[in-house]
Design a protein around this ligand. Structure first.
Ligand code: SAH
Ligand code: SF4
Length: 393
């Protein structure tokens, strides 16, 4: 598979419906749910109300059993139980880091596994969600990139990660005991920064985020959701229009020569094309700033000249630059820049008027930090030689 080949799998062929079996309600959009209920015999006139009722049970109250849906008649609940299921991916293991970070290993249909990371901070709790099993792209510093893609996640598997984390955090409100909306939320932010390239699984990511944003359910504001892309330029405008969340971009280099090696999708859409798309983004989506992610690799992309070039490149784009100390993984062909180098780099950017936070690696002891995710069960691993060859090292 070449670095830039898009996934040819058509997301619409991903079975939401098992060939003969019942339809899983998790992951259906409101429209799809309505269609499914009508197909199951719900009169057209009632369908909208039923969607609202079921939606709230699933996504506001977190219920998994039709018997709990007490504002529906017994007969209607029996019909639902016959025709539909409420199924989440399966939580296989949970590791808790000394810093409180939780890493979940989650099994999806077909036995594949993805990782989901919960990062508690003082003012927020962020869930790092995966969009694919593995990744077809082969960024040379990324552990996930060494794993062959197995498949796109369905919308239900993506929103299911959020629901599983809320289960684990015990964050569903109890009917009759307040709605849980008053206090700060444990899970308050979502970042699509786990395994996979979200913009190569656009429709499923969009549908899952629409469900997460819906005010009658999980109700996370679009400002609290950040999608990170390596730079799939044609999908960036669509992300603004159809999702409207915050955007982060894995920038990582200031010349095409270096970016081609680090983020090979750059050979398809180069820095200039990427920046053009990013310039349009905040206008279309009303988002405040684009986050530029920049991994600090010793001797590769971390000079003062790089910092200055970066400032020139992003001129005119409302931006914040997130500096990520490289997280090592077994066989990685790079080293993390020294703390002094990272600070000097951050300083140049900060003095030019941009926020330049240095991301503190979280959950390193459980291999939960950025770029360390990779399911241990996926044996089809590329060799170090192959990674280096692809990076042109
Ligand atoms: N595929 C998407 C989202 C997942 S990666 C993307 O590439 O943007 C999330 C972030 O972690 C990206 O910015 C990625 O470049 C960064 N990353 C990957 N491997 C890393 C590593 N080993 N150390 C630090 N950051 C890494
Ligand atoms: Fe895929 Fe993102 Fe890793 Fe690149 S950095 S290989 S796009 S997950």
């Amino acid at each position: 598979m070449t670095a830039t080949a898009p996934i040819t799998q058509d997301v619409h062929t991903m079975p939401r419906k098992l060939p003969e079996g019942p339809v899983n309600l998790i992951g259906l959009t409101r429209d799809q749910l309505k269609d499914a209920l009508i197909a199951a015999g719900t009169p057209d006139k009632q369908a909208k109300m039923r969607v609202n009722q079921i939606w709230q049970w699933l996504y506001h109250w977190g219920k998994r059993d039709f018997a709990d849906m007490t504002n529906l008649s017994k007969d209607y609940r029996a019909m639902l139980a016959e025709r539909f299921v409420i199924e989440l991916p399966e939580l296989v293991t949970r590791k808790v880091s000394t810093d409180g970070t939780r890493k979940y290993l989650v099994r999806i249909a077909g036995g594949h596994e993805v990782e989901v990371v919960y990062i508690p901070e003082e003012d927020r709790g962020t869930l790092c969600v995966s969009s694919q099993v593995g990744c077809t792209l082969t960024c040379s510093f990324c552990h996930t990139g060494t794993q062959r893609l197995v498949r796109n996640l369905t919308a239900g598997e993506i929103v299911g990660q959020i629901m599983l984390a809320r289960d684990d955090l015990d964050e569903w409100p109890e009917p009759g005991q307040g709605t849980g909306e008053n206090g700060p939320r444990l899970l308050s932010n979502i970042v699509l920064m786990g395994m996979g390239e979200p913009l190569y699984n656009f429709e499923n990511v969009r549908d899952a985020m629409k469900i997460a944003m819906d005010g009658e359910g999980i109700a996370l504001s679009r400002r609290r959701i950040t999608l990170s892309t390596s730079g799939v330029v044609p999908e960036i405008a669509r992300t603004a229009q159809e999702i409207g969340c915050q955007l982060a971009v894995s920038f990582h280099a200031t010349t095409d020569e270096v970016r081609n090696k680090l983020v090979p999708i750059n050979k398809r859409w180069n820095i200039a094309e990427l920046l053009d798309a990013l310039r349009e983004y905040p206008k279309v989506s009303n988002s405040e700033r684009i986050t530029f992610e920049y991994v600090m690799l010793d001797g590769v992309n971390d000079t003062d000249d790089d910092a200055r070039r970066l400032i020139e490149l992003i001129d005119g784009i409302p931006a914040k630059i997130n500096l990520i100390p490289f997280n090592e993984w077994p066989g990685a062909p790079y080293k993390r820049s020294s703390n002094n180098r990272i600070r000097a780099f951050a300083d140049i950017i900060y003095k030019a008027g941009y926020a330049s936070p240095i991301r503190t690696p979280r959950g390193e002891d459980i291999m939960a930090a950025c770029g360390q995710l990779k399911s241990e069960t996926e044996r089809a691993r590329k060799s170090r030689k192959q990674v280096e060859a692809e990076a042109g090292l």
